[in-house]
Design a protein around this ligand. Structure first.
Ligand SMILES: [Zn+2]
Ligand SMILES: [Zn+2]
Length: 473
């Protein structure tokens, strides 16, 4: 997109139409609208006037987009550039254009947002501004992301009013010297959503809080038990006796590390709609639940809402009194990556079982036992999932690593160099494997990338109705 609209840079403007998905959320003050780039409709020869410096769009190009809008479901957008060192502030011509297109597209495709974005480069920095006509009113774009990195949204001169402009504290001085001066500000301005606040999640949360991440969305439906004390960072015997929610333990621990870190704790789980509202506004999604259903859910969110996500899991394997496997798995979900279905990494019966109510699990288990007594198989389908043992040093290692990759994404310094990596801590050379596959052509993920709520394919997994509604701390 940048390359396209900067085609005549640095002196002349250029533009393109594009399609966006959207989601109206309840999260934040008064809710918000999230828009996601689904595809670009670049201009062909003659679609834009090459002879003028500003953007002049041919009526046929507009009509082509309007007719496509009529047939499709996505929101139309115009994206254009301003010359180098010219602020991305709408000119009178831009005002006229947006007024015109706002009405024009509303005729062809009513009930959808119309989006207008301006890109520019000021003093070597890439900046963006935008406005959206939604339900008859114009709204300014307040935040923008490219992968996990926040793009600079133009707020005009001077830049001193920004929340991240405070001098870095000495606590993150080492991080800053390693990753650059911008790193601290980017982390301070960032939101990371951590799904699961158990062994791995609590370790990730601790690392992120100490790194100075400004805002954490923490999601977990469970209460703390005594058996969690070996792993869960911030847990205490007293909290276990009181059976505090894991999100409460996590929130209090974060505040003991950094009282200025904003924590949004949710006693709930993905893919509940309220939880999706909260996590779609994050820069990065970190999944530490080790459950098949939430792995599917984060993969789905990553595809539809272009959310960079990373999933981790740990497991111990052994026989005859020897521990032969201490395995960590990391899976990267970027918009360019294969999804969980492409990876064939979730087992359908495990997903189904995880989403069952306790009553249904009991019924199925009883029916399966009865069938086994009668010597039959099949009827009353049930499989016992072995309780996976794990230990604190494994969960802490895996959680710390995914937090590190989240920091890499946010600061723009590095990213996970794998798609699905497994390693065994007790095998020679760790027995590292990476499932390097491309997204499968026949997978639904290839059709819904960036489509947000407008994707026609069903979500990979939906929240069962017997789950209690999520509670916000
Ligand atoms: Zn303009
Ligand atoms: Zn796929």
């Amino acid at each position: 997109m940048r390359e396209l609209v900067f085609r005549r840079y640095p002196n002349l403007e250029w533009a393109t139409f594009a399609w966006f998905g959207w989601r109206e959320t309840d999260a934040g003050e008064g809710g918000g609208l999230i828009i996601t780039l689904a595809s670009i409709e670049p201009p062909g020869p003659g679609d834009l006037d090459e002879t003028v410096g500003h953007v002049a769009i041919d009526a046929e190009y507009s009509l082509r987009i309007a007719l496509a809008a009529e047939k499709g479901k996505l929101a139309p957008a115009v994206v254009h550039s301003h010359p180098r060192n010219c602020a991305p502030v709408a000119s009178t011509i831009d005002d006229d254009m947006d007024c015109y297109y706002g009405r024009y597209f509303a005729d062809f495709a009513p009930g959808r947002p119309y989006i207008s974005l301006i890109f520019s480069e000021i003093g070597g920095r890439f900046v963006v501004s935008g406005r959206i006509l939604w339900r008859g009113e114009w709204h300014m774009v307040s935040t923008a992301y490219e992968d996990a990195r926040a793009l600079e949204v133009w707020r005009g001169y001077p830049r001193t009013a920004r929340s991240g402009s405070e001098p870095p504290r000495s606590r993150t001085a080492r991080l800053q010297s390693a990753f650059g001066e911008e790193a601290t500000r980017r982390l301070r301005d960032a939101t990371v959503a951590v799904i699961g606040a158990g062994g791995t999640g609590s370790a990730a949360i601790e690392v992120l809080a100490r790194a100075g991440v400004g805002r954490l969305v923490i999601v977990d439906p469970d209460d703390l038990e005594e058996s969690n004390l070996e792993r869960v960072h911030g847990s205490t015997p007293e909290a276990a006796t009181r059976r505090l929610a894991k999100v409460v333990v996590a929130r209090d621990h974060v505040h003991s590390i950094d009282p200025s870190c904003e924590v949004i704790g949710v006693y709930g789980a993905l893919p509940q709609s309220e939880v999706i509202d909260l996590v779609t506004g994050a820069n990065v999604l970190v999944c530490c639940t080790d459950s098949h259903s939430s792995r599917l859910a984060i993969s789905d969110l990553s595809v539809r809402y272009l959310l960079p996500a990373i999933d981790c899991a740990v497991t111990l394997e052994g026989s005859a009194g020897r521990v032969r496997g201490q395995i960590m798995q990391f899976v990267r979900f970027l918009p360019k990556d294969p999804c969980a279905l492409c990876h064939e990494m979730t087992i359908p019966w495990r997903v189904a079982q995880e989403l069952m109510s306790d009553e249904e699990k009991q019924q199925r288990r009883a029916a399966a036992n009865d069938a086994a007594v009668r010597g039959e198989a099949g009827e009353g389908y049930w499989r016992d999932v072995p309780q996976l043992d794990t230990v604190g040093y494994l969960t802490t290692s895996a959680g710390a690593l995914v937090a590190g990759y989240a920091i890499g994404w946010i600061t723009g310094r590095f990213e996970p160099p794998f798609t699905r990596l497994q390693m065994n801590l007790v095998a020679p050379f760790f027995d590292v494997t990476d499932a390097m596959i491309e997204p499968r052509r026949d997978c639904s993920c290839t059709q819904v990338r960036g489509w947000a709520d407008q994707a026609s394919a069903d979500a990979y997994v939906s929240a069962p109705s017997h789950w209690p509604p999520p509670v916000l701390l």
